[in-house]
Design a protein around this ligand. Structure first.
Ligand code: ADP
Length: 503
C-alpha cells in the first residue's frame, strides 16, 4: 500500500468511526469532524466552531493546546448546536508533526442512563429498607407495652392465693411473656443495628459482678437439665473496666442460652482470660463458651452468624428461636472491636469464642474474685457470690475432670498439672490433648496469639510426656504459634488433631 492509498483508507476509517472525532488547531477551531461528530452534535457545519463551545466543561475557553492534550477519559458533556447536551468520555491527543489536536468523544448516555437507573434502584431499596426498619422498630416498641402490661398483671396474680391449676396457668403466661419479650428485644436490636442506630455505652462497671450475675441467671437452668457449669478465669483479669456492660452481658447471655438449649448431657464451660499487652489501659477480654451439646456440622457453620438463620429447620420446631441471636451477637462483638468464632463437631459439642476490647479502670491492681483454675459453679456458689462471699469461703470448688479431660489453664501450677496428668488414663490424655489443640486452633483463628501459645504449651507438655513420636511436631506447633505463623501452625495443628482423633 502506498502512502496515498494509506491516507485514503485512514480517512475512511476516521470518517466511519463510532466515536465522534474532532481535529482542531492551536487556537481551538475545528478543522475536521467525522460523521459521528456531526450526527451527535447536530451541527450543520462544524468548521471553525470552537472546541470549547462543544466541550465547555472540559477545559477553559482560553486553554492552551497542552492543557487539552492532558485530557484522558475525562467525564464531561458535549453540547449540541441547540445547546442541549449529553454525557461523554473525552480524550485528546496531539497529531504528530502537526499543529493539530484530535479529540475523541465516546457517547456515555446509555451508561449514564444505566448508572442513573442503578442509583435510583439503590435509593429506592435503601428507602424501603429504612422504612422496614423503622416499621419494625416502631411495631416492636409498641408490642412491648401490652406485653409488659400482661406480665405485670400476671405477676400481681402470682402473688395472690391461687389454686395449683391457676398457679400453673399464671406460670405459663409469664413464660410466654418472657419468650415474647426476648423476640421483641431481638427484633428491636436487629432493626437498630441495620439502621446504624445502635450505639454502645462506655461506662465503668465491675466485670466480676457482670460475670457472677450472668452465671447466676444460667446456673439453675443448667443444673436443672442435669448439666454442670464449669468456670475457668485464668490469669489476671481486671475487675473494673470501661465498656458496655449491658451489651457484653447480652453476648454472654445469648451464647450461654444457646449452649444450655442445645446440650442435654455433659457440661457447659465458661472461660475468661485477658490480654493486657495493648498498653494505654486497653485490655482484650477473651471468652469461650463451651458445650457438649448437639454440635453443628461444617456445612451448617457458615449459616450461623447470618440473620434469621437456624442451621436446621427442624431445630426451630424443636427449640424455637428467631435465628437472630448470633447475628446480633456478632455485630455487637465487632462493634466492641472484637471477633467471634466457632469450633464445633456434630454430636460432640461446640465452642463459641469471642474477644472484645475494653479499658481497665478504677483500681488497676484489682482482679476478678474467682479462684484460679477450673471449678464447678453451682447454685450454692452463685448464692454465696451474690451475697459477696469471697472464693476462699466456698469449699466445694472442684477441679473439673469431665469427659473432655478438663479445661486448659495455661497459668495453672505446673506441679499440680503434672500430678493431674499422672492420674489421667491414656484415653483421657488423648482427649485432653485434642481439647487443647482445638482451643489452640480457635485462638489462632481469632488472632488471640497469646492465648493460643498457652494452649500450645499445654499440648507440647502433654505430648512430650506421652507420645515421643509426635513430640517434635507439638514443639514445632508451639514455635510457629509463638512466631504467629498461621499457615504453618494451622497445618501442624491439623496433623496433630488427625493423630488425636479429631476431624
Ligand atoms: P436462636 O435465637 O434461634 O437460637 P441464634 O442465632 O442464637 O438463634 O442461633 C441460630 C442457630 O444456630 C440455632 O437455631 C442453632 O441451630 C444453632 N446454634 C447456636 N448455638 C448453638 C450451640 N451451642 N449448639 C448447637 N447449635 C447451635
Amino acid at each position: 500500500m502506498n502512502r496515498e492509498e494509506l491516507q485514503v483508507y485512514c480517512r475512511t476509517v476516521l470518517d466511519d468511526a463510532r466515536e465522534a472525532v474532532f481535529i482542531f488547531d492551536e487556537e481551538g477551531f475545528v478543522v475536521y469532524a467525522n460523521k459521528s461528530a456531526y450526527a451527535e452534535t447536530k451541527y450543520r457545519d462544524l468548521s471553525r466552531v470552537c472546541i470549547s463551545d462543544i466541550f465547555p466543561m472540559a477545559a477553559e475557553r482560553d486553554s492552551t493546546p497542552d492543557e487539552w492534550v492532558e485530557l484522558r477519559d475525562c467525564d464531561t458533556f458535549a453540547y449540541r448546536e441547540n445547546r442541549s447536551c449529553y454525557p461523554v468520555k473525552l480524550s485528546c491527543s496531539r497529531i504528530e508533526e502537526s499543529p493539530y489536536i484530535a479529540a475523541y468523544a465516546v457517547n456515555d448516555s446509555e451508561k449514564a442512563a444505566a448508572v442513573e437507573k442503578h442509583n435510583k434502584a439503590m435509593e429506592e431499596a435503601e428507602a424501603a429498607t429504612k422504612m422496614k426498619n423503622e416499621f419494625t422498630a416502631n411495631i416492636t416498641h409498641e408490642l412491648r407495652t401490652p406485653i409488659n402490661g400482661i406480665k405485670g398483671m400476671a405477676e400481681g396474680l402470682e402473688a395472690t392465693q391461687l389454686s395449683p391449676e391457676q398457679e400453673e396457668a399464671v406460670g405459663v403466661i409469664l413464660r410466654c411473656c418472657e419468650n415474647m419479650s426476648k423476640i421483641i428485644n431481638d427484633l428491636l436490636d436487629f432493626s437498630k443495628i441495620a439502621a446504624g442506630k445502635l450505639e454502645l455505652e462506655n461506662r465503668e462497671f465491675s466485670l466480676d459482678k457482670l460475670l457472677k450475675d450472668t452465671l447466676a441467671i444460667h446456673v439453675s437452668k443448667i443444673n436443672e437439665k442435669g448439666l454442670k457449669l464449669i468456670v475457668n478465669v485464668s490469669g489476671p483479669v481486671p475487675e473494673r473496666i470501661v465498656g458496655d456492660e449491658l451489651r457484653l452481658g447480652q453476648i454472654l447471655n445469648n451464647l450461654l442460652s444457646n449452649a444450655t438449649k442445645f446440650t442435654s448431657s455433659g457440661h457447659i464451660g465458661v472461660e475468661l482470660s485477658a490480654n493486657r499487652s495493648y498498653g494505654k489501659g486497653e485490655v482484650e477480654l477473651f471468652f469461650m463458651i463451651i458445650d457438649t451439646g448437639i454440635g453443628i456440622s461444617d456445612s451448617e457453620k457458615y449459616k450461623l452468624f447470618k440473620s434469621f438463620s437456624q442451621v436446621d429447620g427442624s431445630i426451630t420446631r424443636r427449640f424455637g428461636g428467631t435465628g437472630l441471636g448470633l447475628a446480633i451477637t456478632k455485630q455487637l462483638v465487632e462493634m466492641m472491636g472484637g471477633k467471634i468464632g466457632v469450633d464445633s463437631q456434630k454430636g460432640v459439642g461446640s465452642t463459641f469464642s469471642f474477644t472484645v476490647k475494653v479499658r481497665e479502670a478504677g483500681n488497676l491492681g484489682a482482679r476478678l474474685d474467682f479462684p484460679e483454675g477450673s471449678f464447678e459453679y453451682s447454685n450454692a456458689v452463685a448464692t454465696m457470690a451474690a451475697q459477696g462471699s469471697g472464693p476462699a469461703q466456698i469449699e466445694d470448688y472442684s477441679t473439673f475432670q469431665g469427659p473432655g479431660g478438663g479445661y486448659g489453664n495455661s497459668s495453672q501450677n505446673e506441679e499440680e498439672s503434672e500430678e493431674e496428668d499422672e492420674l489421667l488414663s491414656a484415653e483421657d490424655i488423648t482427649e485432653k490433648i485434642k481439647t487443647e489443640l482445638e482451643k489452640t486452633r480457635i485462638c489462632m483463628d481469632l488472632g488471640a496469639w497469646e492465648k493460643a501459645e498457652g494452649f500450645a504449651e499445654n499440648v507440647r507438655d502433654m505430648v512430650a510426656k506421652t507420645d515421643p513420636e509426635m513430640k517434635s511436631k507439638a514443639f514445632s506447633l508451639l514455635l510457629n504459634v509463638r512466631k504467629e505463623k498461621i499457615v504453618e501452625a494451622a497445618k501442624l495443628a491439623d496433623e496433630l488433631m488427625k493423630k488425636y482423633g479429631s476431624e
